[in-house]
Design a protein around this ligand. Sequence first.
Ligand code: ATP
Ligand code: MG
Length: 351
Amino acid sequence: MFVSKRGTIGLDIGSRYLKLAQLNAGREGYELSLFSMMPIEKDVISDGLVINKSKLVSALKALFNQAGVKKSDVAIGLSGHSSVITKVIKVPQITEDELSLNIKYEAEQYIPFDIKDVNIDFEILGPARDEEGMMDVMLVAVKKSVMADYVDAVQQAGMNPVVVDIDCFAVGNVYEMNYGASDRRAIALVNIGACKTNISIIKNGQPVFTRDTAVGSNAHTDALERTLNVTKDAAERIKLGERADGVKPEAVAEIMERTSDEIYAEIYRSFEYFRSSAGDEEIGGIVLSGGATLISGFVSLMSERLGIPVETLEVLRKIDLPEKTGASVRDVAPMAAVAIGLAMRSAGDRQ
Ligand SMILES: Nc1ncnc2c1ncn2[C@@H]1O[C@H](COP(=O)(O)OP(=O)(O)OP(=O)(O)O)[C@@H](O)[C@H]1O
Ligand SMILES: [Mg+2]
């Protein structure tokens, strides 16, 4: 494992919370030297797109200020089905250099945007299991305009963006660091935020399937707002467990459960899609991260409904926590997964 000494800041620009993390080389691995989180107004970020750049710049400045960081190298993460494509594809076995020359041609059929409008990257995963002479390649395509919006906002906020990564890979890095890469079962890493869910299924330490879907815990807030006829802010507070006058806890529980069921069903659809494309491969376990994980009963209900063991990603299992960062991160650790995964990257890594 490469331990970054330069301490790149991992910056997760979520639609509900901005988070940043910084790691140092600790005694036996990493130490979390910095973690900071701040809510962001609605309609600044939506579905992985920057909707209001000047508000994002101000919010980022406030976050950096809160965290006490000055001009630093930053790794940012992108996700969302409307701007990022990640896909395991099969190509004939050739060298990495040869594939660099061909990747645009290979990628074209998988990318629903004009190839001129996307940045393309890839990683060779290894020989394809089921087809002689072919290899599996993780293809990544990001809309240039979307990436430019994020990079520009981070620069305008006074930072130096050096790495652009993909959220689900960041979660994968955190999983591998904490759990190792030896599990031979297919494990689904599922990061459920406010407006989207990043899914990646890994096997033997390699991603075999990735997908972002547009469901998240905003669905809980919306359902509470609609059904209880309260404001969005009140709905958000009720969701986080606050009691409200005239609102029965049983009614809240029922709405929460019904909405969680819709989220599980959407995730299950992605699993079915994976299974049908992977010869009925079963998913051996689900490891959850993101804010939805903190909703009371969400993890156990998911396991019950899907009939698959579900656990919360132990983001900090192998990370030392100095006292000053411990307090800020302990209670929200599942939400810190992307920022910490991004902080594991450093300038000069392949983007
Ligand atoms: N205890 C909690 N504290 C904070 N947020 C919580 C809690 N429980 C549930 N949530 C919900 O989790 C969501 C925020 O999670 P997260 O920070 O992972 O999302 P995000 O990264 O901002 O959004 P996205 O990635 O979808 O754009 C919100 O919908 C929030 O209401
Ligand atoms: Mg997120």
